[in-house]
Design a protein around this ligand. Structure first.
Ligand code: GLN
Length: 540
């Protein structure tokens, strides 16, 4: 019988519920259990694909092409649990399904209501992940207890123990105990209120994970346990980790969270196998080098907008014994200043994906600077499209070259829509999405990094490299080194006489893990490290 863990959050948002859920998943997997992970998001958008990165941070894409919440990125980086469309549901999706059923007459004339019809739909979404080979499904509920929109989800998960047995379900509530400087005290009242709200709904949390910047101390733990009707042992402190998010699982392990969960779910399991994770942390803590990578983007002040890119750079740093200092540069600032002012001294330049015209010219100038100064360059999705535009303008001598996304009437549409995308007017889920195969050319940086001739990577874009310009670009030194198997789509371009200039149409950042850094990120950081060391030698 598959068991269920539900993770809710209280007091404030941004408590790191996704990270904590991913860490729980990791600990249980390291004890030999087969888990599945899932996030329920109470907003009405069908998926985050249509939301601005300012609203929602990065949109995380899965192999099957679903556009999901960025917490699923944590799940994939921390665990091996397979993720798919069933791993992220929103209120929008739940209602879409209920309304379609109603239109098909499946409710047989009944009045369709939040309870039981919407709640039944939510329960089905949770139960779908259970199965004979699955020990535990971990379901994280987005938002904060007390939000109006979260109520149907809380009601649905309250009912699940009635369907599958109380002994098969566990409720974990993540809360905050703030430190009030003026009173010089940690305050437990918000936690008490938040648990109180859950209990009114009928959910009695079995375990409380308490985020705090200082150790709670036994007094606070006892107080929380008493007022929240929980055992002392089930109040687990989660102290802020200054250094790295990858320390969170070890912290929870040190507090015995894994064993507590197993005891409460009446499960036996092997001792935790954490050696490789600890070794990875050890390498992360003791880098031999320090290099600076400039990320030139559009949502630079919003930390979550390029979440997987920053994580992937850190992973590549682990692989290269290097601490990565990220210099976040707003592309528009480069338009107003000499690129040299902002970019001199960096060891590598990365231009990530994006949409819309703002900042495009700044990205193109940054790429020109990387090309001319032989600084390792990594372009991702829009970053690749800008690299092609830059090369066409400044090397092929086509000053008006552009993408039709930004200049529909350009004389030289080096990036454009292919026929099948031209017909689409609907915005949600209509891009080239998800895992697609790509063949690599021998003797390319890409083939060297991947050590393979065929790869699969995830996509999320509408516009493509225009094949009409391929011959011209290749003659001048920008070569296509990765293509779709039928040869029609260019997936990777490189500049042959540059130390490391690789630009890809896909999103490699969605497939990097701390324990398994992505080959292209590792190759890019290795090239940046080489440049860094050369510069140190020149200075000597
Ligand atoms: N805006 C570009 C496109 O739609 C690039 C998308 C991206 O970088 N994810 O093709």
């Amino acid at each position: 019988m598959t068991k269920h863990i539900f993770v809710t959050g209280g007091v404030v948002s941004s408590l790191g519920k996704g990270l904590t859920s991913a860490s729980i998943g990791l600990l249980l997997e390291r004890r030999g259990l087969n888990i599945r992970m899932q996030k329920l998001d109470p907003y009405i958008n069908v998926d985050p694909g249509t939301m601005s990165p300012y609203q929602h941070g990065e949109v995380y894409v899965l192999d099957d092409g679903s556009e999901t919440d960025l917490d699923l990125g944590h799940y994939e980086r921390f665990t091996d649990s397979p993720l798919s469309r069933g791993s992220n549901y929103t209120t929008g999706q739940i209602y879409q399904s209920v309304i379609s059923k109603e239109r098909r007459g499946e409710y047989l004339g009944k009045t369709v209501q939040v309870v039981p019809h919407v709640t039944d739909e939510i329960k089905q979404c949770v139960r779908k992940l259970a199965g004979p080979d699955v020990d535990i499904v971990i379901t994280e509920l987005g938002g904060t207890v007390g939000d109006i929109e979260g109520l149907p989800f809380l009601e649905a998960i309250r009912q699940i123990p009635l369907d599958v047995g109380k002994e098969n379900c566990l409720f974990i509530h993540l809360t905050l105990v703030p430190y009030l400087k003026a009173a010089r005290e940690l305050k437990t009242k918000p936690t008490q209120h938040s648990v109180g709200q859950l209990r009114q709904i009928g959910i009695h949390p079995d375990i409380l994970i308490v985020r705090t910047e200082r150790p709670l101390g036994s007094d606070n733990i006892e107080k929380i346990a008493l007022f929240c009707n929980t055992e002392k042992e089930a109040v687990i402190e989660e102290i802020d980790k200054e250094f790295s998010i990858y320390e969170v699982p070890q912290g929870l392990l040190d507090h015995g969270l894994d064993q507590l969960i197993l005891d409460k779910l009446h499960l036996d399991a092997q001792p935790p196998q954490m050696d490789d994770w600890r070794e990875m942390l050890q390498r992360l803590r003791n880098p031999e080098h320090e290099i600076t990578i400039a990320v030139v983007g559009k949502y630079i002040e919003h930390r979550d907008a390029y979440k997987s890119i920053y994580e992937s750079l850190d992973h590549a740093g682990i692989a290269n014994s290097s601490r990565i200092l990220i210099k976040r540069i707003e592309a528009q600032d480069i338009e107003e200043q000499d690129p040299q002012l902002l970019l001199s001294g960096v060891d590598g330049i990365l231009v990530p994906g994006g949409f819309g015209r703002r900042g495009i010219e700044g990205k193109i100038q940054a790429i020109r600077y990387a090309r001319q100064c032989e600084i390792p360059f990594f372009g991702i999705c829009l970053g690749m499209q800008c690299a092609v535009i830059e090369f066409a303008r400044n090397v092929l001598g086509l000053p008006n070259a552009h993408s039709t996304e930004f200049a529909s009437d350009t004389d030289h549409p080096v990036i454009c829509l292919l026929e099948e995308q031209k017909k689409i007017t609907y915005k949600g889920g209509t891009m080239r999405l998800g895992a697609q195969p790509c063949l690599l050319s021998e003797e390319s940086h890409a083939a060297e990094c991947y050590e393979a001739d065929e790869i699969s990577e995830r996509h999320r874009h509408r516009y493509e490299f225009n094949p009409e310009y391929k011959a011209q670009l290749e003659e001048s030194g920008m070569v296509v080194t990765g293509s779709s198997p039928d040869g029609t789509l260019a997936e990777i371009v490189e500049i042959s006489d540059h130390p490391w200039f690789v630009a890809v149409q896909f999103h490699p950042e969605f497939k990097s893990k701390p324990s398994m850094p992505h080959p292209l990120f590792s190759g890019f950081v290795a090239a940046a490290l080489q440049r860094h060391q050369q510069r140190l030698q020149w200075q000597m």
